[in-house]
Design a protein around this ligand. Structure first.
Ligand SMILES: Cc1cc2nc3c(=O)[nH]c(=O)nc-3n(C[C@H](O)[C@H](O)[C@H](O)COP(=O)(O)OP(=O)(O)OC[C@H]3O[C@@H](n4cnc5c(N)ncnc54)[C@H](O)[C@@H]3O)c2cc1C
Length: 380
């Protein structure tokens, strides 16, 4: 269990909420972890259970059926989810998609989607990446051509989290292709719209319970009222939301690293070799001491960054630095923790195997480590 004794970002209310999250995950998530991994998708029942317990989209204002809480509550869910060793895409809905709709959506869009996102009745995705454009988002080639009072969307997206489950997708498309980034818009597409098709659930090396897909838009007609916020402002919106997304990934990375450490401590204190426990070797104790030190520094930094985000002060470069450091640290920690398990670490029956596999992509999605360095370097 995550130790809260030294945490500074959370109030008693956050802590009470955390108790609820733990209870829901103990009942609805942990017993199903392997099933979700085997099936390559998280069940809708789990989404509904999270919705029923108030775990989804906690920041949505009360007038749209939400709890009107701060991002600290999202952080609690993200930490507990990662510590549980799950890659379920609920944080994408709560931390990213809901915020876009709250920040930029029309009253009609908010009333239509937010209550169902909160209840877990609908599942959402955000589709930026394309086969030819990932880090270089300005190179998006999906277009939304105007036809009367409709857009006609053509193009394809890939690596989209919640792609199989999604009922609603925020699609990044060019409404004015000649203007590059300044011609980019965010358009809401209901999955039932004609011309929309999903590719297969992609076969990944980790995060197997997070369904990840290609999405195809073959002349998908949607009313122009489906534009999220103002036309051609999409790139600005993406840039302003990325810090929260990146801090969310950093938070998950920190909690995942903590779980890997806890697993390594438990395993090495139990495992015997050369007449003593593996924990008794100086190499093990020094390795664990090094990790414990990184975790202590890491939690202090997470709380600092979270408090700055809550105060509206966290900069894009600070969020990128947080994603860079915590995900790289997670990579080092899961690898060292697996090594301390010996052969057992390579067996899927031990949690460390999944923690190790799932960690790898953290340095890639939401902006690669190299792109994070670019963002930080621009401020030097
Ligand atoms: C499991 C998973 C889930 C994902 N979920 C989503 C999602 O829900 N929605 C979504 O839109 N996308 C999603 N993505 C896509 C993800 O955000 C991109 O894969 C990521 O941004 C990298 O883009 P790319 O794959 O095109 O790599 P590329 O941009 O082709 O990068 C290849 C390599 O070149 C490096 N590179 C690129 N540009 C530079 C540069 N300027 N300087 C130095 N090095 C550079 C990169 O760091 C990397 O090492 C997901 C990806 C994965 C794997």
């Amino acid at each position: 269990m995550l130790d809260l004794a030294m945490r500074t970002a959370f109030t008693d209310d956050h802590n009470a909420f955390r108790d609820t999250v733990r209870k829901v995950f103990d009942k609805e998530l942990i017993p199903n972890l392997d099933k979700f991994e085997d099936e390559g998708i998280v069940s809708r029942d789990f989404w509904r259970a999270c919705g029923d317990a108030g775990l989804l989209c906690p920041t949505v204002p009360e007038q749209y059926g939400g709890l009107g809480l701060d991002f600290g509550y999202n952080a609690v869910v993200g930490e507990e989810l990662s510590y549980a060793g799950s890659s379920a895409g609920i944080t994408l809905q709560s931390d990213i998609v809901a915020d876009y709709i709250v920040a930029y959506g029309s009253e009609e869009q908010k009333a239509k989607y937010l209550p169902k996102m909160i209840s877990g009745e609908i599942i959402t995705a955000i589709a930026m990446t394309e086969p030819g454009a990932g880090s270089d988002l300005q190179g998006v080639r999906t277009t939304a051509r105007k036809d009367g009072n409709h857009y006609v969307i053509s193009g394809s997206k890939t690596y989209i989290t919640n792609g199989q489950n999604a009922d609603l997708i925020i699609v990044v498309a060019k409404t004015d292709p000649d203007k590059g980034a300044k011609g980019t818009s965010l358009i809401l597409v209901d999955a039932g719209t004609e011309g929309f098709a999903r590719g297969r659930n992609l076969d990944k090396i980790g995060q197997n319970s997070a369904d990840t897909s290609e999405l195809f838009f073959n002349d998908v007609r949607v009313p122009m009222t489906n534009c999220l916020g103002e036309e051609n402002k999409g790139f600005i919106y993406l840039m302003s939301q990325l810090p929260q997304e990146r801090l969310g990934i950093a938070i998950g990375a920190q909690a995942g690293a903590q779980r890997a450490f806890d697993e390594a401590v438990k395993f090495t204190k139990d495992r015997k070799a050369f007449g003593k426990t593996v924990f008794d070797f100086q190499n093990t104790r020094f390795t664990l001491a090094g990790i414990k030190t990184e975790l202590q520094v890491g939690w202090a930094h997470i709380d600092w960054a979270l408090k700055r985000l809550l105060a509206g002060e966290l900069t894009a470069a600070e969020a990128s630095a947080a994603k860079l450091w915590h995900t790289e640290m997670q990579g080092r920690v899961v690898d060292a923790a697996l090594q301390l398990h010996g052969g057992a670490g390579y067996m899927n029956e031990y949690p460390i195997a999944r923690l190790w596999r799932d960690a790898r992509v953290q340095r890639i999605y939401g902006g690669t480590s190299e792109i994070m360095k670019e963002v930080v370097a621009r401020t030097i």
